[in-house]
Design a protein around this ligand. Structure first.
Ligand code: HXC
Length: 258
């Protein structure tokens, strides 16, 4: 499929997806969200891809859902059409690890998209926010739910009620992002994290992703049981034998996803 609003590059086992609507600060319209879902599914099915990175431009990861696309919609349309129901499920279905590399604005749906990735690495220029309140609406793709679990109620309320932006330093302090790097180093850092993940057994990276995400969906006891059972199941893989043998033999493991 030829994409118009995103750029997809696959190299060295990493799929890099760049949001590309420069005239609109990468605002998320139906076309972009559809193309993104398609590209992620392709990456999921491509045996060469072992990790995915989603990024935007230096100025904006994404400044939110496309306000021009939504402005004339009625309650009946968005309710019956279940606006923004399918896009999260398309992203959350991807089992390979996804890193968000955020520079500039990640606002509204842009912040929510970044939070749907497995972790966020951002540049020191990043600004996160849920400013929907200024438009007479509220977050609709996780800004009142995921953000609250990630940074706590007080900060999530503050962001959602005042619409203020959070800078990179506060985002790291609050646990929203895993690393902050100088803007010039962002892609190097994100691609090197992706390369590190791509070296591992894909069975284990997918198991880890599933287990960590499970912690947001279940009780601690159920989550711990899930974790232990998945941990047990990895002993059925050749990669567990290889990983442990390589350690004992003091060499690098050669994982084969088996
Ligand atoms: C449509 C957008 C847009 C958006 C920016 N643009 N954000 N178009 N939807 N979300 C467009 C502007 O209209 C403008 O186009 C161009 O991008 C450049 O933006 P400027 O405002 O001129 O740039 P600047 O002054 O640098 O300000 C940057 C900004 C501001 C702070 C990011 O654009 C802004 O506040 N954007 C809206 C952020 C927002 O409210 N996001 C939440 C959206 S609602 P023209 O053609 O005029 O030059 C949402 C709902 C989520 O996300 C619910 C579930 C998904």
């Amino acid at each position: 499929m030829a994409y118009e609003t995103i750029i997809v590059e696959v190299a060295d086992h990493v799929a890099l997806v760049t949001l590309n609507r420069p005239d609109a600060m990468n605002a998320l319209n139906d076309q972009l969200l559809g193309e993104l879902a398609h590209a992620l599914q392709e990456a999921q099915e491509n045996d060469k891809v072992r990790c995915i990175v989603i990024t935007g431009s230096e100025k904006a990861f994404a400044a939110g859902a496309d306000i021009k696309m939504m402005s004339e919609k009625t309650f009946t349309e968005v309710f019956l059409g279940d606006l923004f129901a399918d896009e999260p499920s398309a992203i959350l279905r991807i089992r390979k690890p996804i890193i968000a590399a955020v520079s500039g604005y990640a606002l509204g749906g842009g912040c929510e998209l970044a939070m749907m990735c497995d972790f966020i690495i951002c540049s020191d220029t990043a600004k996160f926010g849920q400013p929907e309140i200024n438009l007479g609406v509220m977050a609709g793709m996780g800004g009142s739910q995921r953000l609250t679990r990630f940074i706590g109620k007080s900060k999530a309320m503050d962001m959602n009620l005042t619409g203020r932006f959070m800078d990179a330093e506060e985002a790291e302090r609050s646990g929203l992002v895993s690393r902050v790097v100088p803007a010039k180093k962002l892609m190097e850092e994100a691609m090197s994290a992706a390369a590190k993940i791509a070296e591992k057994s894909m069975i284990t990276t997918m198991a880890v992703k599933e287990a960590v995400n499970r912690s947001y969906e279940t009780t601690l006891a159920e989550g711990l049981l899930f974790e232990r059972r998945v941990f047990h199941s990895l002993f059925a893989t050749e990669d567990q034998k290889e990983g442990m043998a390589a350690f004992i033999e003091k060499r690098e493991p050669q994982f084969r996803d088996k």
